[in-house]
Design a binder for this molecule. Structure first.
Ligand SMILES: NC(=O)c1ccc[n+]([C@@H]2O[C@H](COP(=O)([O-])OP(=O)(O)OC[C@H]3O[C@@H](n4cnc5c(N)ncnc54)[C@H](OP(=O)(O)O)[C@@H]3O)[C@@H](O)[C@H]2O)c1
Length: 339
């Protein structure tokens, strides 16, 4: 059994669908809303299907396994429901975490917040939450720990989010567990938060859309199907223990270019105005007071001042396959998300 903390989130949902398609160990999802793991099952299973097909094309995977995965995917949501064990819980609650570890061989830790809302802080969720998971694993005797981090985590007080992720990585490194950390650049696919934000910015900001940091922040987007393939291969590979993997897809692209691609695919004619982040801070501060879900926060503006890129061959070199280029997946999922 694999436990996925935050398994009903974007990455968790897609990882569940992919692991379910592959068969094997069942999955337990711990989240405050675990039933959301079945949300968008049609789309998460479609991504799993494409990922499995791509593996089939390499000829390195047993064709019987590929055929079995296709059959499982065809069974749809009921197959996912048979495979996933949803468990309500908060990572602040160590006894619940220990209970969640019953019969578990490996933990995939995805919980993190990028916004401090409703009294939830980076320190409590990102750092102490990771400490709680580690403590519960020790108590329950679970050894294998795969933590999802972020590219660009850093010990810099001016970046409280990235610093919390740096602190959490240290918790994992010092855990004494059989740990691995994966640090992706921007992850894109059906249901991801970045795409939702850009889509709503294009909907609500007419005809002008402002681009923070002059639109020049660089990303290296990775398709969600490729990320879950990486995660599953790490779980199967004991040589990954004790290692950190920075990964990105095969395109390095600026925020301005991404926004332009979104607009072109969605047929939205907008004027993009690059603006230095400092000019947007006062507006972000006011909006944070007026809205529970502002378009951007002051913390995010600061994060956007840093590029989020790594080697262009990071996946091929470390995981032996070629990840999809943006042009190969962006139009499909964006159209589906806005249908
Ligand atoms: N998406 C990306 O582009 C990207 C890029 C690089 C790294 N990552 C990393 O990948 C991981 C997963 O990201 P994601 O995009 O899947 O985020 P997500 O959709 O926000 O998923 C995180 C999940 O954690 C749950 N959660 C939050 N606080 C919790 C708590 N106290 N106890 C239990 N569950 C809690 C949330 O559900 P509830 O609020 O319902 O509990 C949510 O479902 C994160 O560590 C993220 O930083 C993501």
């Amino acid at each position: 059994m694999i436990l996925i903390t935050g398994g009903a989130g974007f990455v968790g949902r897609h990882l569940c669908a992919y692991l379910a398609a592959r068969g094997g160990d069942r999955v337990r999802v711990l989240s405050r809303h675990p039933e959301w793991v079945y949300e968008d099952a049609r789309h998460t299973l479609a991504v799993a299907s494409r990922t499995v097909d791509r593996m089939g094309e390499t000829g390195t995977v047993d064709p019987d396994q590929i055929a079995a995965a296709r059959e499982r995917i065809e069974r749809g949501t009921p197959m996912l429901q048979d495979f996933v064990d949803p468990l309500p819980g908060d990572i602040a609650d160590v006894p619940v975490l220990v209970e969640a570890m019953r019969g578990v061989d490996a933990v995939v830790h995805t919980v993190a917040i990028i916004r401090e809302t409703e009294g939830r802080t980076f320190a409590a969720t990102n750092v102490a939450g990771t400490e709680n998971v580690v403590a519960a694993m020790h108590e329950a005797g679970v050894r294998r720990f795969l933590a999802i981090g972020v590219m660009g985590s850093v010990d810099d007080e001016r970046q409280p989010y990235s610093r919390s992720r740096w602190l959490a990585e240290n918790v994992v490194a010092d855990s004494g567990l059989d740990h691995t950390v994966v640090k992706p650049s921007l992850v894109l696919g059906h249901g991801d938060a970045f795409s939702k934000r850009v889509i709503s910015a294009l909907d609500f900001s007419k005809p002008i859309v402002t681009l923070p940091n002059g639109g020049k922040t660089k990303f290296q987007p990775i398709w969600i199907g490729d990320l879950v393939r990486v995660l599953a291969s790490i779980l199967e590979n004991p040589d990954a223990i004790g290692r950190k993997f920075e990964i990105g897809g095969p395109d390095q692209i600026t925020f301005s270019q991404i926004a332009g691609r979104f607009a072109a695919i969605l047929g939205k004619r907008r004027a993009f105005i690059p603006v230095p982040s400092q000019l947007l801070v006062p507006g972000a501060v006011v909006l944070a007071k007026l809205s529970r879900d502002p378009p951007v926060t002051r913390t995010e503006l600061r994060e956007l001042e840093h590029d989020n890129v790594t080697d262009l061959d990071s996946i091929q070199r470390q995981f032996g396959f070629a990840p999809l280029a943006l042009s190969e997946y962006l139009p499909d999922y964006l159209s589906a998300m806005t249908r």
